[in-house]
Design a protein around this ligand. Sequence first.
Ligand code: PLP
Length: 401
Amino acid sequence: MKKTIYLDNNATTKVDPMAVEAMLPLFSQQFGNPSSIHSFGDQVGAKLKVARRKVADLIGALHESEVIFTSCATESTTTAIYSALKVHADRKEVITTTVEHPATLDLCEHLEREGYTIHRLKVNKKGQLDLQEYSSLLSDKVALVTVMWANNETGTLFPILEMAKLAKEKGVMFHTDAVQAVGKIPLDVQDSGIDMLSFSGHKLHAPKGIGALYVRRGVRYRPLLRGGHQERGRRAGTENSASIVAFGMAAEQAELHLETMAGKIKILRDKLEKGILEQVPHAFVTGDPDNRVANTCNIAFEYVEGEAILMLLNQQGVAASSGSACTSGSLEPSHVMQAMQIPFTAAHGTIRFSLSRYTTEKEIDKVIAVVPAIIERLRAFSPYWKDGKPLDIEAFEPAVA
Ligand code: PLP
């Protein structure tokens, strides 16, 4: 079988072999319930404590008790939002953005149907927010600001520290979905004004099914899952001990590799981008090229369909993505591309390449070599393309509308 080049690390990552090794004993000898008061329980409890410290270190949390383990980032974000709404039962407004992950967007839509006012901050063509608009919305009617740190499709970073500071000044609780930022940029939540932060193990080389919610000490909090006293009563249910231990190891490794992200991975990502754009006309990078995580590159190929590109890439042994994993499968351009007002002839042909520390230069060279021919082949069938150049799109608009 042809070796596949995996460039879909924003969807999920390969588990670090050291994380696999760390978790294995918890399926055999160390199977105790960490809540049990005997040696089996103690043994696992001690391992969870170490893992919690490592995960806390990755985001710069002072106290390890500020980390609550969950099943995934979706659960963390849901918990954070409901917690804020319960704590501030008299406040009926939430501020978020138009480009959040569905974990936030769908819940906010649901809340809107229940009578909450949701303010969705718009982005400009580069995916950037207007901080003045944001500041003008902060008031004592707002229960929570929930804004992602890095966008999963484009990698664009939002000015979270500045936004958290502004929220704090107005006495508004601040949560960030940092799923695509943790392990990619150095984070230090301490003294940041961030009250809650969600992240997920499987985006940083831990297994799937383990997430975390940081809740700053002193922040008022209400659990989503009630029952047992696990996680100091803040998230009931027997801990996923093996995955937590693996998460701890993955977090430690992610911290050690932060420089790899800023160095090797960025160099490879830039090489990929340059290599493609030099050879393929009518293609451009979406989002903010100067302010994004180092592993992500989202290219819009005009006049072709993203799904078709993905299929041909897959035939060449290259795994990438068109939009987020959760929304791919739909033929609508992603909500992120729509929010950035990418023209429809380009928004349909966006491909996200997301690298990891396991990506090699040889792989990048191979992708640079196959992409131009794929785009040329597809453009030959495109109704918008003739004789090596785009047709006059204006003529098509009424028919497409
Ligand atoms: N938020 C962002 C920005 C994501 O990229 C993802 C996953 O793609 C999630 C939330 C959801 O994470 P999980 O799969 O751990 O629930």
